[in-house]
Design a protein around this ligand. Structure first.
Ligand SMILES: O=C(O)[C@H](O)[C@@H](O)[C@H](O)[C@H](O)COP(=O)(O)O
Length: 262
């Protein structure tokens, strides 16, 4: 099926705190709307500073319980391949920020493998296991579910999830989940969705705060290729949002000027 890729929408908030609050409010509405339409909602979480800050703000949101948390499927875009419960795991941080504070159904929360899990210290086996779990949850024989929203932080090198420029995972066109070795961002071993899996989402939201992300955001919005600029390949089936603070929006390419900013 050919995809009509609508251009991304850029939404800018004055600072990182308001960006996290606004993204959290947007996520509540997105999940509520998905449940009104289909009875359930699915979200792909990300690690990193702004990604976790959004979850913290969502836990504090007065509208938090407008979401029927028992009918939300929680996935991860990537994971640091560390022992279960390790403070640096995206799962650990997401549970502390949000999931421990809302009544999610345990069987609907899908963490990626830990290095002391069922497959032991084998990230390739962990990646295969996650791919199987995604396929089992998908419909119509798809390899992954059609996620309602996929959250992605953006690195200063324009990485998203654990997809780093020019690394082998950027050339992956078949597999939906891969093991990552030698990650330039510690820890070195990770598990990550690939771009084809990310692009299964109805909406992809790229979150970036701080001046260090401005160049990566510009490249991601310009005509760059995804191998060199992974964030340029992160697009939703029906919508792609760049949710930025003013510092990260400091170098937007022409055509993305933001009303109210010089
Ligand atoms: O596991 C991770 O580290 C994240 O999934 C990673 O993709 C992160 O979202 C970006 O590196 C941005 O992180 P910051 O928002 O902290 O810059």
């Amino acid at each position: 099926m050919s995809r009509i890729v609508t251009p991304p929408t850029v939404v800018v908030q004055p600072d990182a705190d308001l960006l996290a609050k606004a993204a959290a409010a947007r996520l509540v509405t997105r999940l509520v709307d998905a449940q009104a339409l289909r009875g359930t909602a699915s979200v792909v979480l990300t690690g990193g500073g702004i990604g976790i800050a959004v979850l913290e703000q969502l836990a504090l949101s007065p509208a938090r319980d407008a979401v029927d948390w028992s009918r939300v499927d929680v996935w991860w875009g990537d994971e640091r391949f560390l022992p279960s419960g390790h403070a640096d795991r995206n799962e650990t941080q997401a549970r502390r920020a949000l999931l421990d504070h809302v009544p999610v159904s345990a069987e609907r929360v899908h963490p990626m493998a830990a290095s002391d899990g069922a497959d032991g210290d084998d990230p390739e086996a962990g990646a295969r296991r996650y791919a199987d779990e995604l396929r089992e949850a998908a419909e119509y024989g798809d390899p992954v579910p059609v996620f309602d929203v996929c959250l992605l932080g953006v690195g200063p090198d324009a990485h998203v999830a654990s997809l780093f420029p020019e690394r082998p995972a950027m050339y992956e066109t078949e597999r939906t989940v891969v093991a990552v070795h030698g990650s330039p961002k510690p820890p070195p071993v990770r598990i990550s969705l690939t771009l084809p899996a990310i692009r299964s989402a109805r909406e992809v939201w790229l979150l970036a705060a701080g001046e260090a992300k401005a160049h990566a955001v510009r490249l991601a919005l310009d005509k760059a290729g995804p191998v060199q600029v992974p964030a340029a390949g992160a697009r939703g089936r029906s919508r792609t949002l760049f949710l930025l603070d003013r510092a990260a929006a400091g170098a937007l390419p022409p055509g993305f000027s933001v009303p109210g900013t010089a």
